[in-house]
Design a protein around this ligand. Structure first.
Ligand code: ZN
Length: 135
């Protein structure tokens, strides 16, 4: 079974902390030990794990991606969102996390971020929970 997490973004480019929502899905699944696979079915959005304590980290990541991949450049894709496709390709569309004792395993400062590059839009993240094989 795949859970469908819906996210409303509010600006063109932003990082949305979805740690709590994913943890709720893990709790609901009842799985105590296994893996949690997160997949973003969009071509102009992505997902990552990074620091969710100091908010300036988010700003630095977005600022740096903007510097590396400017919005205005003579790209061949003329839909006006070529930079968003490239940023999504760099960051990636999936992540795998571990579940132990019914909880996601993180480092001290880590959280899960949905990365919007062509918002605002209604977006989704697919969440697949797989329990360890018995034994
Ligand atoms: Zn496009």
């Amino acid at each position: 079974m795949v859970y469908n997490l819906e996210i409303d973004t509010h600006t063109r480019q932003e990082m949305v902390d979805i740690t709590r929502q994913v943890e709720e899905i893990v709790e609901k699944s009842g799985v105590k030990s296994g893996v949690c696979i997160l997949y973003v079915p969009h071509t102009t959005a992505a997902i990552t794990v990074n620091e969710n304590y100091d908010p300036t980290v988010k700003e630095d990541i977005l600022t740096t991606l903007r510097r590396l991949v400017p919005e205005n450049y003579p790209y061949r894709h003329t839909e006006g969102n070529a930079d968003a496709h490239i940023k999504a390709a760099i960051v990636g569309s999936s992540r795998v996390l571990f579940i132990e004792n019914g909880r996601l395993v993180f480092g001290t400062w880590q959280g899960i971020f949905f990365m919007e590059f062509d918002g605002p839009r209604r977006r989704r993240v697919y969440v697949k929970i797989i329990a360890d094989a018995a034994g």
